[in-house]
Design a protein around this ligand. Sequence first.
Ligand code: CMP
Ligand code: CMP
Length: 404
Amino acid sequence: MSIEIPAGLTDLLKGYTVEVLRSRPPDLVEFAIQYFSRLKESNTSRPTSRPLNLTQSQTERKVVSFEEDAQPSELSADEEDDEFSDELHFKPPPPKFNRRVSVCAEAYNPDDDVDDGNEPRIVHPKADQQRQRLQEACKDILLFKTLDPEQFSEVLDAMFEVLVKPEEHIIDQGDDGDNFYVIERGVYDILVKKDGVNICVGKYDNKGSFGELALMYNTPRAATIIAKQQGALWALDRATFHRLIVRNNANKRKMYEAFVESVPLLKSLELSERMKIVDVLGMKSFKDGELIISQGDEAHCFYIVESGVVKIMMKSKTKAGPMANEEVEIARCSRGQYFGELALVTNKPRAASVYAVGETKCLVMDVQAFERLLGSCKEIMKRNIASYEEQLVALFGSSADLRN
Ligand code: CMP
Ligand code: CMP
């Protein structure tokens, strides 16, 4: 008697098995319910897109193949017992997986690339608690700030968890790009080769994201990223990053090209440099009176006002009396003006607080992009420090020490 295996059954079960091996859930039945519910949801809510099918499970197999030799027996008892015991342990992929076969170093033009709605959606099912942690890690990621809620939800669906050990190389400069990474926890050094020597140019400290450049521009990895302690990352595969983030850059360029061109600080840059800035910036809205920067805080971002106004407030230096520690307004910035550069240029804490006046929208760039893309504008910014000092002398009778 011959038994016909229904079309799709093998791939369906393979997809589930792969997820079980990857996530090692404590309860297989509960995990199956979640996995198949999400699969059904993703197939019914997106009628125009190809459901999770052979192509999907092939993609997942590729992901799993990165971890194929991470056998449970290789993990220490501590690692097995810790709260992340059901998560994926990262092993640097063997070179054959790490290197894409062909990489085109041409600048990518998002305008040439349109979603035909027919590409596979990747879904890595997650327990509620896992998804909450993922959402928390992603809430300030600038590249996600211009996605609409449905796109953002697709990004979250596709992300998968990766645990890393101290001194592990997450990315090696020169390699082809596989994933984009969002940091949940851990410290990571950024090394860039100069004259054959690796120089540490910065670090990520328990927040931020990296690995977007190779995926955006089809170039080899531009830096090496090394974990300095045990950490947890969320990875987004190249195809999904391309479909949701890179394509979205076409809209961003259309929306912000003219504005960015009008920003006096960025006038000296080439068009292509300005477009690279647009590609990595995020947009944040603030309500009237909302605190954007707090004096004394560590700095992570640089801002350009897109609409509305912000006021810069500094605590009075009067030590006693009714004015002690009271905030005094020292300046306002409106459309096209920037703020939050001083702490990044001087490596000091924020020199003043900044509040929205009315509804305000700002373009935001993280410190790593600031360092990489605005190096040539730093001289202009440094010159501006003198006018800040003059402002402070006029207001307080003496200047603060604003320089490094
Ligand atoms: P990518 O080139 O894909 O991989 C290495 C990542 O390091 C890069 O993307 C950026 O996300 C990140 N990075 C941080 N600082 C730098 C820097 N100064 N130069 C290049 N890449 C950097
Ligand atoms: P930063 O110190 O990073 O955060 C507060 C910002 O207020 C600062 O960068 C400047 O961009 C801005 N600012 C405007 N006027 C002054 C001033 N007179 N002194 C210091 N900061 C100022």
